[in-house]
Design a protein around this ligand. Sequence first.
Ligand code: KDG
Length: 311
Amino acid sequence: AVDLLTFGESLVSLRSAGPLALGGALTMHLAGAESNVAIGLARLGHRAAWVGRVSDDELGEYVLRQLRAEGVRVDGVTTDPARPAGLMFLERRTADVTRVRYHRTGSAGSALSVEDVRTPIAEGARVLHLTGITPALSGSARDAATWAAEAASRSGTLVCLDVNYRARLWTREAARATLTPLTAYASLVIASADELDLVDEPGADESTVVARLLTRGVRTVLVKLGADGARAHTRQGVRHVAAVPVTAVDTVGAGDAFSAGYLSGHLDGLDLDGRLRRAVTVGAFAVAGHGDWEGLPRRAELSLLDGHETG
Ligand code: KDG
């Protein structure tokens, strides 16, 4: 069994340094919230597997090549002969504002189904990491996420759900209707403050959402606060961790890095403060470097940015 299993769609991301409408050079990168987390864990020395469908062409080969190069296990990946790669354009409009445009409807990745995840789930993992992006891709991907969450939680795998709302994929109402029931299988729920009511009633505040999740069996709720760090809620109470101060050059992927750091701490058996410290440390590496995951630390590098307090 692997330490971490995750599945979803990995995209070919084409990044422009300036306004897309002006054209110019694009650079090709691997993107995808779930594969970002898998890479984060693999860099830290954990056994991480990513499952999904890739196109049967150079772009699918690129996705697999990048993941393999990062040490992520891809034996469960299916190559789809009939569907194209999912693409995204990432436009850096100003230093602080990036815009995303997807070309992923009908993609290989969006055709993910229960059949794709059955074997990897049966093989087992210590942690199953799901994000709210996967169930937004298609009906079959939604079924796969729900089936896997249920099967994994039944077999004692820790199920982590990162809400990761993407407004370009679905409405808040649709996300809420799908993600709220998924939390029944999750031990760990991760959300930014503005995503919390996507696993509860519209407009519900943090304490209400947290109380309800903890009652439903979730053990830890992590609320990501960006430059203000994060809060962790458990039945024992709430902890706050400050962010590691760095010069932010690219915040895309920071949430995935935070999740990877927290899960790495869990796999290492760290206590809550240690897990949170690792989460904000890995998150800081992500925002301090360009790209979704390129700047993520290897284990020996963690100490470069670690060394702050929780309270
Ligand atoms: O978390 C970063 C992701 O948003 C990015 O890698 C692309 O998975 C992606 C998505 O669907 O937006």
